[in-house]
Write a protein that binds this ligand. Structure first.
Ligand code: C2E
Ligand code: MG
Ligand code: MG
Ligand code: MG
Length: 287
């Protein structure tokens, strides 16, 4: 009996896997057409001054308005896009769109764009960044590229070369999700980063896990002594903000200060922020 039960389970599992693979393939196929179909869009989350909470810039966060599944978060499709290679096309679109929008903002605000491993190892990234900046007349110092440190795992000459080339365009480089990977300290030294963003899991653990607080403090100290700007992300509550305030982080980001949203356009050069009427805000906005 046990045997037949086991077999039944395996069959069910096979079917499950089969379906997963098929879903994944379909996703990959649909992704390839998503840029052209105009199904991708960007939300923007504010990054604020650590002392005054004034907005200093926005992180562009990708969303896919899928024709049947609705709005999808990058967590669902970035891996598939990387595997199928469509991330290069998608990443190029993200860079162009983010620069286009940022060019209409107050010129003191920066825009941060996430760049994936596959893009970093590809040959076209520097070109795409340069084109996005020039065709939108965006000053390079207003663009930041966020790189999750897992893509820097190995000491690769081509990664170093790419980062140096990006730096020489004048853009800023941010190490994202600091604290979640390996050898981050040596990567901070090896590569020309300007900013480091401490992963939100450490803020989430504040007050429960004493080690989280130690990691935040040491990352702040390290960043400062290396002359880097330090961002802490994932601040959701006033309590968390208060716990951080004594540690003087340069910048903060999190739901407490603003969720990823369609940006109220234009963020006028006159400092006058025009707010989009509530009624015009899309109901599909995802966190
Ligand atoms: P990330 O770069 O670390 O971005 C921060 C993520 O944390 C975003 O999720 C954001 O919505 C979320 N977040 C921000 N503040 C809070 C908070 O206070 N609490 C909580 N619980 N979450 C918060 P999102 O938009 O789903 O993006 C997930 C990841 O997908 C990003 O992580 C980034 O690695 C990647 N991603 C997003 N857009 C792009 C893109 O255009 N290209 C590439 N290659 N990756 C992207
Ligand atoms: Mg990021
Ligand atoms: Mg990330
Ligand atoms: Mg992060």
């Amino acid at each position: 009996r046990a045997k037949s039960l086991g077999k039944g389970r395996i069959c069910a599992f096979d079917r499950f896997l089969d379906q997963q693979v098929r879903t994944r393939r379909r996703l990959e196929e649909e992704l390839r057409g998503a840029v052209e179909a105009g199904e991708l869009f960007l939300l923007y989350q504010p990054i604020v001054d650590g002392a005054t909470a004034e907005t200093r810039g926005y992180e562009a966060l990708l969303r896919w308005r899928h024709p049947t599944y609705g709005v999808l978060s990058p967590a669902v499709f970035i891996a598939a896009a990387e595997e199928s290679g469509s991330i290069v096309e998608i990443g190029k679109w993200v860079l162009g769109e983010a620069c286009r929008q940022a060019a209409s903002w107050n010129n003191r605000l920066f825009v941060a764009v996430n760049v994936s491993t596959r893009q970093l190892l590809g040959v076209d990234l520097v070109d795409h960044v340069d084109t996005a900046l020039k065709s939108n007349r965006l000053s390079p110092d207003r663009l930041e590229l966020e790189i999750t440190e897992t893509s820097l795992l190995e000491d690769r000459a081509d990664v170093a070369g790419c980062l140096e080339a990006l730096k020489s365009l004048g853009v800023n480089l941010v190490m994202d999700d600091y604290g979640t990977g390996y050898s981050q300290m040596s990567n901070l030294r090896r590569y020309p980063f300007d900013k480091v963003k401490i992963d939100r899991s450490f803020v989430a653990a504040l007050g429960e896990d004493p080690v989280a607080e130690i990691i935040i403090e040491s990352a702040l100290a390290l960043g400062k002594s290396l002359g880097l700007t330090v961002v802490v992300e994932g601040i959701e509550t006033e309590e968390q903000r208060a716990q951080l305030s004594g540690k003087s982080p340069d910048l903060l980001q999190g739901f407490l200060f603003g969720r990823p949203e369609t940006i109220p356009f234009p963020i006028a050069s006159s400092q006058n922020v025009i707010h989009l009427p509530q009624a015009l805000k899309p109901a599909f906005t995802l966190a």
